[in-house]
Design a protein around this ligand. Structure first.
Ligand SMILES: C[S@@+](CC[C@H](N)C(=O)[O-])C[C@H]1O[C@@H](n2cnc3c(N)ncnc32)[C@H](O)[C@@H]1O
Length: 486
């Protein structure tokens, strides 16, 4: 049996790992598992830092082909244990429930209500819930009584940190000043913020830029054209009052961050500064496993336990059989899906909380139609992975990569892209921590695979570097800067 410890928290490592080992040894001793099964067990101990997530405390990740060993018929079995969710004294029962095929079959037949077929997580219904949350954020906030910022670790957005904004303003002013001295300052200085939310940062940024400009007497402020972009029309509408003082410089643009150039093609090579904060970690994502020099796709399907389905149906006055249909209605029209709006909100929030993902690994060879994000071929991926540890599960950050690639064409030759977010900048980190998906409020969070972003950028002629966020102690944020290579 191989035990992989995927976290570095000393406090919980010793107690859970010894309990896990003794649980499997007792199962062997009691002949509940055969020596051959024992020999092919791979246990992964995780510690999920997101309290709300898509994982059962113990889950088995199926391999489509079941990697058979030469000398025995026992296939490899991957068992993932979230040590944070294991309550004292419950490990054995939870493990038995998860690993015995007959129990799992029972689950598949009647114990789980599946909301979709297996596929890459990127296409999961979970992302429709994520979108619903941003489109109808006010509804959610009015039930919880908390703004979305309060859901973030630390209770506020690093995107709104005043000193970080002051430094960003100064950097931009310096760029304009340099262009001015060279006689190359454009008449209109375009700035684009994507995933602008309620425009708290945009407002602070414009206030500070206006003040700095006045202080220097440079009169750049009237040239600013600030584009506030988001795919949530409701948020764009709510963001207007925040920038009231600067309205004549602002445009509110509904666009999908996955392809900003599509909407803004008329600004190709014109934007001097593109910014986003806490948005890349919210774009659709998927995972792969690098094992024995091969790539496996992690396929997922969302489900609810039958128990939760019945409970939620009962609380919301609908039949359990009607839950899947009602979910689709919810995704179309929001809480009005149910005649009683209050129950509609409860339905949404409870379904989201209860949603879990079942996973299986599929060899990339069996999925010829599955493609890596644009900008990365399989040969490039293998090159990137040549020094990576074997049996590494990592994020492709497909949405973030797509957004990144489709934003670069907008940049002015002297322009830059700044992304403030949570990044994994070295692939090795994936074997030492959990990087999503987690649930924050009604949204999804995945750390961004910065190592892949850097590869894509460098191969496309751009320089990328990451700078830790020095403005808040303990912050996990870093800032990615991209400029065109000289
Ligand atoms: C976590 S909030 C961040 C808001 C703000 N930037 C901050 O730092 O507080 C994510 C924002 O990204 C927007 N967003 C998510 N996916 C998007 C997409 N595909 N296209 C455009 N905006 C998106 C959401 O509507 C939301 O306003």
């Amino acid at each position: 049996m191989i035990l992989n410890l995927n976290y570095t928290r000393r406090d919980s490592a010793a107690s859970t790992s010894s309990e896990v080992v003794s649980t499997f040894l007792s199962l062997l001793e009691e002949k509940q598992i055969t020596p051959s099964q024992f020999a092919h067990l791979h246990i992964y101990l995780d510690w999920l830092q997101y309290k709300e997530n898509f994982r059962e405390p113990v889950s088995v990740v199926e391999s489509e082909e079941g990697e058979e060993s030469q000398e025995s018929a026992s296939p490899r079995m991957d068992v993932r244990i979230d040590t944070r969710q294991i309550a004292p004294g419950t490990l054995r029962g939870t493990v038995e429930q998860a690993i015995y095929p007959e129990k799992r079959e029972q689950c598949k037949r009647g114990d789980r209500v599946y909301l979709e077929e297996f596929g890459s997580f990127r296409a999961s219904i979970a992302w429709d819930f994520n979108r619903l949350y941003w489109q109808r954020l006010k509804d959610w906030e009015s039930v919880t009584g908390r703004s979305y910022e309060k859901e973030l670790p630390g209770g506020s957005s690093d995107g709104h940190q005043p000193q970080a904004i002051a430094d960003s303003v100064e950097r931009f002013w310096k760029l304009l000043n340099e262009l001015d001295k060279q006689g190359r300052l454009p008449q209109e200085a375009f700035i684009l913020e994507i995933g602008v939310g309620l425009a708290t940062r945009a407002a602070l940024w414009l206030d500070q830029f206006c003040a700095l400009d006045q202080q220097h007497g440079t009169n750049y402020y009237p040239r600013i054209r600030f584009l506030l972009a988001d795919y949530s029309l409701a948020s764009l509408e709510r963001s207007r009052p925040a920038v009231q003082k600067h309205l004549e410089l602002c445009s509110f643009i509904a666009l999908d961050a996955l392809d900003p150039t599509r909407t803004l093609s008329f600004l190709r090579h014109k934007i001097l500064y593109v910014h986003s904060s806490n948005m890349y970690d919210n774009l659709s994502d998927e995972e792969v496993v690098w094992r024995d020099n091969r790539i496996y796709w992690v396929e997922a399907r969302a489900y609810l336990s039958a128990h939760n389905t019945e409970r939620i149906a009962h609380e919301c006055d609908i039949s359990a059989a009607d839950v899947p249909r009602m979910i689709h209605r919810l995704l179309e029209v929001g809480a009005e899906a149910l005649p009683d709006r209050r129950k509609g909100m409860a339905f949404w929030m409870q379904i989201w909380k209860a949603m879990r993902l079942e996973e299986k690994l599929v060899d990339a060879i069996d999925l010829p139609e599955a493609t890596f994000p644009a900008g990365l071929s399989s040969a490039q991926m293998e090159d990137i992975l040549k020094d990576a540890p074997s049996d590494l599960r990592f994020h492709l950050s497909s949405g973030a990569l797509e957004s990144f690639r489709n934003t670069l064409p907008l940049l002015h030759p002297r322009g830059y892209l700044q992304v403030q977010d949570i990044f994994v900048t070295n692939l090795h980190e994936y074997s030492m921590g959990f990087y999503g998906p987690g649930k924050l409020g009604g949204s999804i969070v995945n750390w961004v695979n910065g190592a892949l972003v850097r590869e894509v950028a460098e191969r496309g002629g751009y320089d990328v570097h990451f700078v830790p966020f020095p403005y808040r102690a303990g912050s996990k944020t870093s800032t990615l800067y991209t400029t065109r290579r000289e």
